[in-house]
Design a protein around this ligand. Sequence first.
Ligand SMILES: C[S@@+](CC[C@H](N)C(=O)[O-])C[C@H]1O[C@@H](n2cnc3c(N)ncnc32)[C@H](O)[C@@H]1O
Length: 484
Amino acid sequence: MTVLPAPEPRNLAFSPSFDEETELRLQLIKERILCRSGIVISLGHSSMLLQALYHRAFELRKASIPDYLKWLEHSADERELARLISRVTVHTTSFFRDRNQLDLFASRVLPQLIARHPAEMLRIWSAGCSTGEEPYSIAMLLARMGVRRSRVRLLATDISPNVLHQAEQARYPVAALTGMSEAERALFQVAGEHCTVGKEIRDYVEFHFHNLVTPGYPHQESSPWDVIFCRNVLIYFHPATTRQIVNSLKDCLAEDGYLLLGTGESIFQIADGFQVQSGPSAFIHQKKTPQRAPPPAAPKKRVEPPAPSPQQVPFQRALAEATTWLEQGQAPRCSQAMIPLFLLHADCFELSALLGRAALAQERIDEAVAFFLHAVQIDSLDVLTRFYLAFCFYLQGMDQEAALQLQKVLFLRGDFGLSHYYLGLTSHRLGDLEKAHLAYRNALGILPAHPSSEDRQALAQLTLTLEEAVQACQFRLQQLDPKS
Ligand SMILES: C[S@@+](CC[C@H](N)C(=O)[O-])C[C@H]1O[C@@H](n2cnc3c(N)ncnc32)[C@H](O)[C@@H]1O
């Protein structure tokens, strides 16, 4: 029997075009994945799905992806679908990810909860916990604040059994400790290249499988959650799924309970019943307690309005100022000033695009993707923002999705030389050498002599010079065609 060659981590040499029957089976699998997990494969996961199919076909000793798909169609083994879902899910995470938000949680939310329930259990749920760095970071904060294990239920759930297994092991490469304080590092045991979370912190966390898309959320009427972390989970879902999940999360939150989403994940126009609490450079959502109608107000004497606080400085001025900071290379300052304004102005294209660029400049790629996706939903014709989105997908190895976005950019602006170049790179990685060749040639027809205004802006954002871009493009073309 012919068996596929062992897959290499990235550059798989499969042909992405299949016969009609296989395409249909592929479509069915995408739908089964969507129904089961909420993950929309067309939004950035196509190349991940193909890699996953290739790996599973290889592991099960099938001759090809079409063979594997045919087998899968007739297999009643639901665990196989779960394995695929695990492989098409983005699991990126880290300890103390989005520290600003965790600081806000530790300085504002926890003291309030402790004061509100002096003798009761605190109930915290990390939904979509990946390999455990998030719940362990929360446990470390609890320990630092003196909240004992016996006073808290800290549940961590995920749809992927693989990541849950890794989370329970609590063993990470030592690089995971980068950026932590001495006191935080002291909570790990380091042995060689690995570190393990200490038992006193591990004991806080209880891991379980849970799928956010299926009904039946872990809570009881009598003891709803005080805080739910659901960070960087919703970005790849369809808005209708996000709405359903956020409403279910709201239902199992206590009155005045808190929902912490990822930076750039907005529930603007998705769910109401929350109010935003912002800190210096982060925000969190608090469930609003339904208010009784206030008694009719007595007529008031006119009073002078209070002096405007820095938060009320006219938004457009703040936006212009933050744009200048970004252009002067002060991306962290730009993010810190503008992230708190995001929820109030989530419908402002310029703000989302700016926050995406600031995140990209700080190499916070997931966050940049979230802001760029949000921005292109508001203005689908802005070619630069779509180019940045494609560039982020390219950095994440989501080549099919990057290529799709670049084609849309080039449909709108055929003289955007850098888009041709990146289309060349993605096609090159996808093994479509003819397309890569054409794209590099197109880029070289534009960049040296006639770079567009978008090229100049994109080069500045990517901190590349025109000469460097041209040289890189010539080098790639030569790799493909040594005679050129
Ligand atoms: C990018 S990680 C985020 C990890 C962590 N919350 C953070 O912000 O660092 C997203 C996690 O959501 C999980 N996930 C995706 N779809 C899910 C679903 N339907 N139900 C539960 N978890 C899901 C994935 O398996 C993945 O581990």
